[in-house]
Write a protein that binds this ligand. Structure first.
Ligand SMILES: *Cc1c(COP(=O)(O)O)cnc(C)c1O
Length: 388
């Protein structure tokens, strides 16, 4: 084992099973390790580096702000925070934004909004949040409770109470849960990312949104992974013809700096008042300046290119040797392989391609602007590994 790996093992909490790869620098979708080996990156730091590594435009926005102010606290106004909130609202039609530092924190905010809205309108006993089985909403004790995967829960009891999980795609089960519990909110992912790149069907998502509207329940969509152009729409909910009450996002929004956002729609825009919620780093000017530059570049042309690359990946992997199925939307792709996904990922690393897994699938979340020839080259490596 190298010195770096020994150092990391000695001093960094052992929560991650890292690959034996030591990354040093990158440009765009190419990244290099300590030995100078080049990799084509199809993971983008789990959907974070939306425009690749060390992207010039993003870097300029971030470093310019860094030279002005790196942090002020939320006691004062700063332009990057206000301008990013405005841009998020004009691009989505949602009304207000609360800034946090991660996906889990954005979801914490959404859950607080749902509970406060319900407590004020219907009474404090209306506190239940319904989420989906196989979902992923974060690692804090409350977002773990929201996460519909028992194996994450086992060692951390008691979790925040008041969460009920229903089968994804089963509208009758959702209706039953709403009839049984005193419900504040429904929280879903349009595509379950960590759960295995499972795309929710339109009828289910529209039915869930309509049910929530009818019952005056806060309808929340977790777009931490699906947001910011990832699926070929600015936000995945836009594929479904619905308007959520709350949309949370993070990952790709920051392009590599920590930021999370809970966007609040008309019905809940004024639920949070002075002192109801807060975050020391939330709305950090450097993170917001970077996010503004990212969001400004996610336009029609970029989304069309995402769809084109997506079509290429679907065409390439559907019916390929060693591939059982392909799922996903845009540049969020799950490939069910005959070999164990972890084995495929390992073999790809050896051949200079970085990809991810999600449950039993190989997951691809390349940078939105990955050049087509790099995407093709990487796809051919995965194809070859699957076919062997
Ligand atoms: C990654 C993820 C989260 C958690 O985000 P963190 O920034 O790691 O807290 C929440 N929800 C979804 C859908 C995610 O993919």
């Amino acid at each position: 084992m190298s010195t770096l790996q020994e150092l990391d093992r000695a001093y960094v909490a052992g929560t991650y099973a890292r690959f034996p790869v030591e990354l040093v620098r990158g440009t765009g979708s190419l990244v290099y390790d300590t030995e100078g080996k080049e990799y084509i990156d199809l993971g983008s730091g789990i959907g974070v580096t939306a425009f690749g590594f060390a992207d010039e435009t993003w870097k300029k926005a971030v470093t310019e702000q860094l030279g002005l102010l790196q942090h002020t606290s939320n006691l004062y106004y700063t332009e990057p925070c206000a301008k990013l909130a405005e841009l998020l609202c004009t691009r989505t039609g949602l009304k207000k934004v609360f800034f946090a530092n991660s996906g889990a924190e954005a979801n914490e905010c959404a859950i607080k909004v749902a509970r406060k809205y319900a407590a004020e309108k219907k009474g404090a006993e209306y506190s239940t949040i319904i989420t989906l089985k196989n979902s992923f909403h974060g690692r804090t004790l409350t977002t773990l409770a929201a996460t519909g995967q028992e194996h994450y829960h086992e060692l951390y009891q008691p979790l925040t109470p008041g969460f009920v999980h229903v089968e994804p795609g089963n509208l009758a089960a959702l209706e039953q849960a709403v009839a049984t519990h005193k419900v504040a909110g429904i929280l879903i992912e349009c595509i379950q990312g960590e759960g295995g790149v499972n795309v929710m069907d339109k009828a289910f998502v529209q039915g869930a949104a309509a049910l929530a509207a009818r019952e005056d329940i806060v309808f929340m969509v977790d777009e931490v992974q699906t947001g910011n152009g990832r699926t070929g729409a600015l936000y995945a909910y836009m594929h479904y013809g619905i308007t959520p009450d709350v949309v949370t996002t993070a990952k790709g929004l920051g392009g590599g700096l920590p930021i999370g956002a809970a966007m609040l729609g008309e019905r809940v825009q004024n639920v949070l008042g002075f002192g109801d919620h807060g975050s020391t780093y939330g709305g950090n000017p450097v993170a917001c300046a970077g996010a503004y530059s990212i969001l400004s570049r996610i336009d029609g042309a970029l989304l069309d290119a995402v769809k084109e690359k997506s079509a290429y990946l679907f065409k390439t992997f559907a019916n390929a040797k060693g591939v059982k199925s392909v799922s996903g939307l845009g540049l969020m792709i799950g490939i069910e392989t005959e070999k164990p996904a972890a084995e495929v990922v390992k073999a790809c690393i050896a051949r200079g391609v970085l990809c991810l897994t999600a449950k039993h699938k190989v997951r691809l979340l390349p940078a939105l602007n990955i050049p087509m020839e790099q995407l093709k080259k990487a796809a051919e490596v995965i194809l070859a590994v699957c076919a062997e």
